[in-house]
Design a protein around this ligand. Structure first.
Ligand code: AOF
Ligand code: ZN
Length: 334
């Protein structure tokens, strides 16, 4: 199942509004098929893995990160039916599909066909891997990751504004991998004007990833929507070499099509407005072992009244080190 979850990560950021699912088929201790949800959402993970396994799927065990779908879509058959036809002896799944077209019916169809089903394996890691789909299903909006790269004392720049670079190349490369796993990347007007970030994925083999670029700017959005009265306005800005969708408020991410994972990158104004609106689900805190002292804080006012409101909100779920920079990952407790 851990291998299936790792495979599912390959689809993350490219399958919305479909979940990024992973599947591994094992026969006599050997992997005979591997699959993950393909860009655009189809083929599904099981279809890819079963195609690879061919006749070897007979009597095998299929590990899948989400309950196989039970609906005959216009875009392909139900994975539960594909499995029933291929006749594995057993299907092991992480979580139930909340989509009402499946919601337990996938498992029921497998069991009715005499296939053994085990549910609930590695639930938390699987949930994390498809957090975008699950957040869309439960909260009706994309899953939001806020990335911060700070000094030990929580600063992102000198008083002069100098900020290149706080963290080292290894941490920055990992941040690019996070971009590859997002459907959209968001920055504020200040960051856009100061850094003209390219917001692309500069990693070997992943250059084809092109997450949508979002700009949060109240004044810009007002100006743009006077010209084009749409909720979200597409604009071509100088620098960065491409188009942005301009949002006037954080909660407009809810209306973005085909966007289940949003990565919020900077700066302090954007971080503060997403935190104040309680729209951050996951915090990536890269913390360079340097002290800046007087400087620009990573986060401004987030509307906190009392200290008691701050406690209990965040849980540390992972720590890693890139080069000399530790990364802490926190999740919002809801
Ligand atoms: C699976 N395996 O790899 C994925 C599944 O638009 P469709 O027809 O592709 O269906 C989308 C739904 O299928 C989606 O809401 C979710 O319930 C399921 N996604 N299911 O068996 C997969 N990506
Ligand atoms: Zn399916």
């Amino acid at each position: 199942m851990a291998a299936a979850i790792a495979l599912s990560e390959r689809g993350r950021g490219r399958t919305a509004p479909n979940p990024n699912v992973g599947c591994v088929i094992v026969k006599h201790g050997r992997v005979v098929g591997r699959g993950w949800t393909q860009p655009g959402g189809r083929p599904h993970a099981e279809a890819v893995a079963l195609e690879q396994a061919g006749a070897s799927a007979l009597g095998a065990t299929a590990y899948v990160t989400l309950e196989p779908c039970a609906h005959h879509g216009a875009r392909g058959p139900a994975c539960a039916d594909l499995l029933v036809a291929a006749r594995p002896a057993r299907v092991v799944a992480a979580i139930t599909d909340p989509d009402p077209r499946t919601a337990g019916q996938g498992f029921a169809r497998l069991r009715a066909a005499g296939i053994a089903v085990t549910e609930g394996i590695l639930v938390e890691p699987a949930r994390r891997a498809m957090a975008g789909f699950l957040t869309r299903q439960t909260l009706g909006r994309p899953h939001v990751t806020l990335k911060l790269a700070t000094s030990l004392d929580g600063k992102i720049a000198l008083p002069s504004g100098e900020s290149r670079w706080i963290t080292g190349p290894e941490a920055r490369a990992h941040a690019h991998l996070e971009r590859a796993r997002a459907d959209a990347i968001l920055v504020g007007r200040g960051t856009h004007d100061a850094d003209t970030p390219r917001l692309d994925v500069r990693l070997p083999g992943l250059e084809d990833r092109a997450p949508a670029r979002l700009l949060l700017s109240r004044s810009f959005a007002a100006q743009a929507s006077a010209e084009h009265p749409a909720l979200i306005t597409e604009m071509l800005l100088g620098g960065g070499g491409g188009g942005y969708l301009v949002l006037s408020a954080p909660d407009q991410i809810t209306a973005l099509p085909r966007t289940d994972h949003v990565l919020v990158e900077g700066g302090a104004g954007v971080a503060s407005s997403f935190l104040a609106a309680d729209l951050v689900d996951r915090l990536l805190l890269y913390r360079a072992p340097i002290l800046i002292g007087e400087g620009r804080a990573a986060i401004g006012d987030i509307g906190l009244g009392q200290l008691s409101e701050a406690h209990g909100r965040w849980a540390l779920t992972d720590t890693r080190t890139f080069g000399i920079d530790p990364l802490e990952i926190y999740e919002r407790r809801r």
